[in-house]
Design a protein around this ligand. Structure first.
Ligand SMILES: Nc1nc2c(ncn2[C@@H]2O[C@H](COP(=O)(O)OP(=O)(O)OP(=O)(O)O)[C@@H](O)[C@H]2O)c(=O)[nH]1
Ligand SMILES: [Mg+2]
Length: 362
């Protein structure tokens, strides 16, 4: 029996198993086996050579992957947002390769990847989908695009989930510490719905025969298994609806309520709002560098992660700044007053002006 059949068999079994306390261990076992088989399959596909992992070079400050079924308008959007010239068409699968483009927005260079239309079972490696999804796994943000005439929302989200991407969720608070002996010890700081027995069983199944596991979150079976796996990706995502020009009345209102954003790539409606939303969800900040006695450079900010400190900025900047650092002055949202003197631990905010006082090298 091939891997696909084995997965199918277990999934059928899982579906037939009622959800209650008495079946918890059995369900845990099935879920864990399914996860293992899927992993095994991905590994095998990687080895065959026809699914070369990453198809395009990552460039710019951050990378956004456009994900959607054929003809939702990905190429049209890429062309409107960036310098790219990707072929568009009213037939499906116009785009066969991953097409990159660069969006410059609020000082950041945001690489946008138009990935070929997914088809059912892309996560299983059909239609080049596997390669597409490995590009998606490496993105900093996923922009899911839906077509109002054929939403297929659950389907596309399932594809993304199947390759180990957990959109808009944080890693589960599950810590595993391997030991030389002593079996499995479970401790939790919250009251769990899953039995300790089941947790122990899952630990053994995942190869942790001697280990302490600490759980600080009310996890369910799926999330606990995620916590034991190392290949899960936790990536922010936007769920959008393109072709909003086709929508009106109540349906439009409902969709506006339900989805992150509605826009029209072709009619260029709401694209500025989309750029702002992409920016916000990337969680980046702009730092304007300033030389003593000069104006701050607002055209080419240093792009950093939210929560970054002066020390992080020193590391980001070229030229061994850290060794030469004497002090810094900050003016902006993070400073109490203009030109506040701060140390390396100072946390920066979006649009801070940062002036560094550096030691001269001999
Ligand atoms: N009405 C309407 N049509 C649009 C809009 N954006 C794109 N389209 C049309 O949708 C069709 C498909 O657009 P593409 O950009 O080629 O779609 P794609 O997602 O790149 O498709 P594949 O490359 O096949 O995966 C084209 O005929 C576009 O003109 C829009 O905002 N409104
Ligand atoms: Mg296309």
């Amino acid at each position: 029996m091939g891997i696909d059949d084995r997965i199918q068999e277990l999934e059928d079994k899982l579906e037939k198993t009622p959800v209650n306390k008495a079946t918890e261990k059995e369900r845990a076992r099935l879920k864990s086996n399914i996860a293992d088989l899927k992993e095994e399959k991905q590994q095998k596909q990687k080895g065959t050579g026809d699914t070369s992992g990453y198809a395009v070079e990552k460039k710019g400050d951050k990378t956004v992957a456009l994900v959607g079924f054929p003809s939702v308008g990905k190429s049209t959007l890429l062309n409107k947002l960036t310098n790219a010239d990707s072929e568009t068409g009213h037939y499906e699968f116009t785009t066969l390769d991953v097409e990159p483009g660069m969006l410059k927005h609020k000082g950041a260079n945001i690489q946008i990847l138009d990935v070929p239309g997914l088809i059912g079972g892309a996560a299983d490696g059909r239609g080049g989908g596997k390669q597409v999804l490995s590009v998606v796994r490496n993105a900093d943000l996923i922009l899911i695009m839906l077509d109002p005439e054929e939403m297929r929302e659950e389907e596309i989200k399932k594809e993304v989930y199947e390759v180990g991407i957990r959109m808009n969720s944080t890693p589960p608070d599950v810590k595993v510490e391997k030991k030389g002996k002593g079996g499995v010890k479970v401790s939790s700081t919250v009251e769990l719905d899953i039995d300790h027995d089941t947790i122990e069983e899952l630990m053994y199944q995942n190869g942790f025969t001697n280990a302490n596991v600490t759980i600080r979150e009310k996890v369910d079976l799926d999330r606990f298994i995620d916590g034991l796996k190392t290949n899960r990706k936790y990536i922010p995502g936007i769920t959008s609806v393109n072709k909003a020009d086709l929508l009106e009345g109540d349906r439009r209102d409902e969709m506006e309520e339900e989805y992150d954003i509605l826009f029209s790539a072709d009619a260029e409606k709401n694209l500025e709002e989309l750029k702002d939303l992409i920016w916000d969800r990337l969680g980046i900040i702009r730092i304007y560098m300033k030389e003593k006695g000069e104006e701050a450079d607002k055209d080419d900010p240093l792009i950093m992660e939210e929560g970054s400190t002066v020390e992080d900025a020193l590391e980001e900047l070229p030229g061994g700044m850290k060794e030469r650092f004497k002090k810094a002055k900050v003016t902006g949202p993070s400073s109490k007053f203009p030109n506040q003197k701060v140390g390396v631990d100072h946390q920066l905010d979006d649009e801070d002006v940062l002036e560094l006082n550096l030691r001269h090298l001999e």
